[in-house]
Design a protein around this ligand. Structure first.
Ligand code: UD1
Ligand code: MG
Length: 491
């Protein structure tokens, strides 16, 4: 659903560049930080200002990018750039495509698909300034210590913006300018349309420069101005993986800080990674070395970490998740997981339940108050309420060809090392003895014992391991009249 158009007429997101410095088979803008592709961050910022239309200009790895865009924002228009290179050409083809439906009037914003930290707030600010001042063009700029590579903002004696000079075309004097073009602008649609006709490829790179529109607009009598941001991260693009990591770290720093300001305790922000897609309630505590990804949500008073990596996990109020690797799971309120626990997709742990140390779970529903405390595997199973699964229990769900289900009732108590050979059902209140291998259904309230009776071969060690330390101790033990061997088995 497209939100109401309360913002500019259109936003055009440029993403036709090759991104060769990434050295990747994945298109540059599909690389992710904070749990979203760079282009997803760019599109969210664009959408947040409620534009009438949204267009993305593509060329390199066109089909991959278009497929991704269809998932993210199916209402956005995909525009293919042709052979003519340059940001000016990219905007020109987008404008032609947008105008084809209905000629745009008012403000057109241009942003980049590889500038992931740009916020909707700064874009809204740019548009508001542009419209308030009645500008033909308003460019977003920043002051950088090292402006190498960027287009420089040229200003007249009165301080007004007169144009932009690309680094490669700049004179020595122009290269001293520290104010750079971010590549993000608000244009008046008519000015942009008219100016682009006059933009040539007559420059050192043989490209149609969008930046030429500024001087052309000025020559045509329009007012050209700049909005200077002090937050350079918001205009920073990622050209290689070093910049991608730096942007990812900064995005994370901002995300973690925002959650702390919203009432979440983060013991060690430096080792805590939270995707932009995660939501946390007040009074959640995140302990060191924790990564929260995807659609993970954590409810009030829950404690997560240390050393946990959770993707698409829903954690209920007051739950504790320690040293756990989990995905696609639900952890009920007041439940406990970990340490050293591996939750695979489809794990649903009921309120106040427990999945303890060295447990692996998959596709299992565990009822309220049931506990799987130590060492085991539970997969393709359903466990009722207030059941206690003993140490080392295994659901043998795989017959080598197919997976089968295990159904365990409520109030069940299983002995250590019980194996459930699925498909099998254990009724409510049943018990199992240690080492039981359950191959047939167990009725409610039964005790299941499936191990052969114990047999002790008396004197075996002395006879078969003569002279060993074991034989020596065994002899000493049977010589002592109080030894269990002589009082019980010895009879
Ligand atoms: C551009 C600006 C420069 C600014 C810099 C900020 C121009 C002429 N120069 O330079 O003033 O300081 O951005 O980063 O605009 N793109 C297309 N089609 C193309 C070329 C580029 O869609 O034919 C897209 C790219 O995918 C990218 C963006 O436009 O998202 C910028 O392209 P890039 O080649 O990085 O621009 P620069 O030369 O760095
Ligand atoms: Mg370039």
């Amino acid at each position: 659903m497209i939100p109401e158009n309360t913002g500019p007429a259109a936003v055009i997101v440029l993403a036709a560049g090759a991104g060769t410095r990434m050295k990747s088979r994945t298109p540059k803008i599909l690389h992710e930080i904070g749990g979203r592709s760079m282009v997803a961050h760019a599109l969210l910022a664009a959408r947040s200002i409620n534009p009438g239309r949204l267009a993305l200009v593509v060329r390199h790895e066109r089909d991959l990018v278009a497929g991704h865009l269809n998932e993210l924002d199916p209402e956005a228009l995909i525009v293919d750039q042709d052979e003519v290179p340059g940001t000016g050409r990219a905007v020109e083809v987008a404008l032609l495509a947008l105008d084809a439906k209905e000629e745009l009037t008012g403000t057109v914003v241009v942003t980049y698909g590889d500038v992931p930290l740009l916020s909707g707030a700064l874009l809204a600010d740019l548009v508001a300034t542009h419209e308030r001042e009645g500008n033909a063009v308003t460019v977003l700029t920043a002051l950088l210590d090292d402006a190498t590579g960027y287009g420089r903002i040229l200003r007249g004696d009165d301080g007004s913006v007169t144009g932009i000079r690309e680094h490669k075309d700049a004179t020595e004097a122009e290269r001293l300018v520290r104010e750079v073009n971010s590549g993000i602008y608000a244009f008046d649609a008519a000015v942009l349309r008219d100016a682009l006709v006059h933009v040539t490829t007559d420059n050192s790179q043989g490209e149609k420069y969008l930046t030429d529109v500024l001087s052309l607009a000025r020559q045509a009598g329009g007012r050209v101005a700049a909005v200077v941001t002090e937050d350079r991260w918001q205009v920073e693009g990622a050209n290689d993986r070093v910049q991608l990591a730096a942007l990812g770290a900064e995005l994370n720093r901002r995300t973690v800080e925002a959650w702390m300001r919203a009432g979440v305790t983060v013991v060690d922000p430096a080792t805590t990674w939270i995707d932009s897609t995660v939501t946390l309630d007040e009074d959640v505590r995140i302990l060191p070395n924790t990564q929260l990804h995807g659609a993970t949500t954590v409810a009030r008073d829950a404690v997560v970490g240390p050393d946990s990596t959770l993707t698409d996990v829903r954690i209920g109020e007051g739950a504790k998740v320690i040293r756990t690797h989990g995905s696609g799971s639900v952890i009920g309120a007041g439940a406990a997981v970990g340490p050293f626990t591996y939750l695979r997709p489809g794990t649903v742990l009921g309120e106040t339940g427990k999945i303890g140390a060295f447990y692996e779970t998959k596709n299992v529903t565990i009822g309220r108050g049931s506990k799987l405390s130590h060492l085991g595997y539970a997969g393709d199973a359903e466990i009722g309420e207030d059941t206690n699964i003993g140490c080392g229990n295994i659901t043998a769900n795989y017959d080598g060809e197919k997976k089968h289900r295990t159904v365990i009732g409520s109030g069940v108590r299983t002995g250590s090392n019980t194996v459930f050979v699925a498909p099998v059902t254990v009724g409510d209140g049943a018990y199992s003895g240690a080492g039981a291998v359950i191959r047939k259904d167990v009725p409610a309230g039964a005790l299941v014992l499936s191990v052969a009776a114990q047999r002790n071969a008396e004197g075996w060690v002395v006879a078969n391991r003569p002279g060993s330390r074991s034989a020596e101790l065994a002899t000493a033990a049977s010589d002592s009249s109080n030894s269990p061997a002589s009082t019980e088995e010895g009879k």
